[in-house]
Design a protein around this ligand. Structure first.
Ligand SMILES: [Zn+2]
Length: 240
């Protein structure tokens, strides 16, 4: 169920054990992919997992930490401070309404560290349990790229009408490294068309497989949260 489609009376009796917050971005995904790619993937995965488990879907954060794409016009971004504040306050207000535990269902790499920081501080300051979950890390995806084979395959499975042709290959890697450090603050410095990876290899079938693998992980995590009545992030070390 989506909180935004409920009334306050519906909410009183709703299952509030786990709330899902989809987070994505509004950023260029090459000449073939829509700005909302990361958000679409996160929302579709959250919707599927909510149907399987009964988890509550909270409002999405649809503009993320994406300033690295600013040279590709139309890409929008908010600062890490704004993102962290928005996520933290959404979770705290939902928590004060009785939502017990949270999973942030994320589709954008640039959001990961901010989500983790918020979840960590919520636990330490308020003992609120919120977890960062990013689909491509959950399945240990290799060669993630950007608007490449993986994301384009997911789009072709989920929203094929939004994938444009032709699909051209992009840069081979996300930026470059120098003496062990990353040298890549702006995507325009290492990809001309905005893509990293090869979207010509994308198929709807591959997208379906990725979707199934990722949502299996997400539903497993939600069920784990339902099952564990104790605080499994407890400060007490497990001495058993
Ligand atoms: Zn993306």
């Amino acid at each position: 169920m989506k909180l935004q489609e409920m009334t306050w009376e519906d909410f009183e009796t709703a299952d509030k054990r786990v709330g899902l917050i989809p987070t994505g971005s509004t950023e260029q995904h090459g000449p073939h992919g829509p700005f909302a790619t990361d958000l679409i993937i996160a929302e579709e995965m959250a919707t599927h997992a909510a149907k399987e488990t009964g988890a509550l879907i909270l409002p999405s954060i649809s503009v993320g930490i994406s300033r690295e794409h600013e040279d590709f016009k139309g890409s929008l971004y908010i600062s890490p401070d704004t993102f962290r504040a928005q996520l933290k306050e959404i979770i705290l207000s939902a928590s004060s309404s009785g939502v017990d535990r949270f999973v942030v269902v994320n589709g954008h790499g640039g959001n990961i560290s901010a989500i983790y920081e918020v979840c960590k501080s919520l636990y330490i300051e308020y003992t609120t349990i919120a977890l960062e979950w990013t689909w491509f890390n959950a399945i240990s995806a290799r060669n993630m790229g950007h608007a490449g084979e993986l994301e384009t395959s997911l789009l072709m499975f989920l929203r094929p009408e939004l994938v444009k042709e032709p699909r051209d290959p992009g840069a081979d890697t996300w930026g470059h490294r120098l003496h062990g450090t990353r040298m890549d603050y702006l995507t325009s410095s290492f990809t001309e068309n905005g893509i990293v990876g090869d979207p010509t290899k994308a198929t709807a079938k591959k997208g379906e497989e990725l979707f199934d693998r990722a949502t299996e992980k997400l539903t497993g995590l939600i069920r784990e949260l339902y099952d564990s009545d104790q605080d499994f992030l407890s400060r007490e070390p497990d001495r058993s």
